[in-house]
Design a protein around this ligand. Structure first.
Ligand code: FES
Length: 230
């Protein structure tokens, strides 16, 4: 109990308050030199960095996966014999239907034989899939739906298509037997009774580099290809 003077008044301490304090301040320990001490700021920073790493991984892993596999994925190898090479004279582009495995609609291919090269071009427009027409006069392809136009080997020259016309693998047989594949699509020097085989479809970029088959409207290059169909 505080001492009082005889009249009940606390003794005079010279103006300095000497009574009890409402709160006794507790001095905080200084952890600046403790490498193992984790402050709240450090903890929240760690959580933010870890969360960012997880999000980055969630975005990058699929992108890298698509980039690595984009040029190797594709359809199964199925070869269809479309007739003897002699049915496709040099300098001519021939339109014909290719039958597909049961349940799948047939496809139409423009088989182009020019300057010693056999090339199978799909008639499906790369914009929204309308069938394109071949113009023998200009040696070009035109889409009747939205004005898409392609050059002699299917590269876009006008309109909205995001990539060239798709292609089909083409091979020749060694002779008249479809099972004997010569492993080449150059008809120069091929046996007279060689047959033409048309295989799986694939997409190309403007430099005619092959990619897995893409759907109508889908790009094969550029960042937008990763966002398709969103
Ligand atoms: Fe061919 Fe649109 S579907 S240009």
């Amino acid at each position: 109990m505080a001492e009082t003077q005889g009249d009940g008044v606390p003794p005079d301490t010279g103006g300095v308050y000497a009574g009890p304090r409402a709160i006794d301040p507790v001095s905080e320990a200084n952890h600046d030199d403790d490498p193992n001490y984790v402050t709240r700021t450090k903890f929240l920073s760690g959580v933010a960095v870890a969360g960012g790493a997880v999000l980055t991984g969630a975005i990058l892993v699929p992108l890298v996966g698509f980039a690595v596999t984009d040029s190797v994925k594709g359809e199964d190898d199925v070869w269809v014999d479309i007739g003897p090479l002699s049915d496709f004279p040099d300098g001519q582009t021939t339109s014909l239907a290719i039958s597909q495995p049961a349940g799948l609609p047939e496809r139409r291919v423009f088989l182009r034989r020019k300057d010693g090269v056999l090339m199978g071009i799909w008639n499906r427009c790369a914009h929204l899939g309308c069938p394109v027409n071949y113009s023998a006069g200009g040696d070009t392809y035109v889409c009747p739906c939205h004005g898409g136009a392609y050059d002699s080997v299917g590269r876009v020259t006008a309109g909205p298509p995001p990539r060239p016309l798709d292609r089909f693998d083409v091979k020749l047989t060694k002779g008249g037997k479809p099972g004997e594949i010569a492993g080449t699509w150059d008809p120069t020097g091929a046996p007279k009774d060689a047959h033409v085989l048309v295989g799986k479809a694939f997409s190309i970029d403007p430099e005619q580099r092959p990619y897995r088959i893409h759907g109508p409207g889908e790009e094969v290059e550029g960042i937008l290809k990763y966002l398709y169909p969103f």
